[in-house]
Every structure is written in C-alpha cells, then in structure tokens.
Design a protein around this ligand. Structure first.
Ligand code: FES
Length: 138
C-alpha cells in the first residue's frame, strides 16, 4: 500500500470512528434516548396525535404506543412482534385490538391474546407522558 493510500485509509477510519462516537453519545436518534426521569423516549406527543399510533424502534426493541396523549390513562404500549412466529401486528382502531396479518392472531390493547394461534400475549410496557415526550419503562 502506498503512503498516500495508507493516509487516506487512516483518515477515513478516523472519520467513521468519530461519527459513530457522536451517534453513541446522542443515543442514536429518536426512540433510543432516555427521559429525564428514566424510561425510553418513544416519540413526542405530537407524533401520537392524529392517528393515535406511535411506532418506533427503541433501545428496548420495537415499541407500538396507542391511545390519546391528552388522556394518559388511555395509553398502551406493546412490542408489536407477534409471539406466534414473529410477524408485526397492526393496530385496528375500530376494534381497539391488534391483528397479526400472518395467521390471524388477535390481541387486546394491553397485549393479551384474544385469539390464537399465538399462545402468549404481546410484551407490554408501562407508558407515560413527560412534558412533550412519550416514554416507556422496561
Ligand atoms: S405470526 Fe402472528 S399469528 Fe402467526
């Protein structure tokens, strides 16, 4: 390897390392940062407004929040990975339940199984609003 190529290669390596360090310190983006009082930020209240659904990949894995941020008692958060074979469930606002598109399992808003073939409920998280952020706890 020529000297010039070696120096360019070293410079690129330094740049990649520096960029990775910046992302690690910032938590890697929205959905992975920690709230002021602990918990993982899933998104903002405005992200949840309108559709009533907020889905993000977080440090805890995928998290799907449903409900109305103005009524914190209505908020629910689950891991949307179906416990049958791993498909991603979808929120059905009319029925207020999750439906798995792969084999038809249905889950209640709190993640409990309503209909198989899934034998276990979705992993549920406690969810809260803190200022303008929606957070979940492990
Ligand atoms: S993967 Fe969800 S019902 Fe089969």
């Amino acid at each position: 390897m020529k000297r010039r190529s070696f120096l360019q290669w070293m410079g690129l390596g330094w740049l990649v390392t520096a960029v990775q360090g910046c992302f690690a310190r910032s938590g890697g983006g929205q959905g992975t940062s920690q709230g002021a009082s602990g918990g993982v930020v899933v998104g903002s209240v405005s992200d949840l407004a309108g559709s009533g659904v907020l889905e993000r990949n977080t440090a805890l894995g995928p998290v799907l929040v449903t409900g109305d941020a103005a009524s914190p008692e209505s908020l629910r958060a689950v891991n949307p990975t179906c416990t049958h074979q791993g498909c991603t469930v979808r929120w059905q606002p009319q029925q207020q339940e999750f439906l798995c598109p792969c084999h038809g399992a249905r889950f209640a808003a709190d993640g409990a199984v309503l209909q198989g073939p899934a034998g276990a409920g979705l992993k549920a998280y406690s969810v809260r609003v803190e200022g303008t952020e929606v957070l979940v706890d492990a």
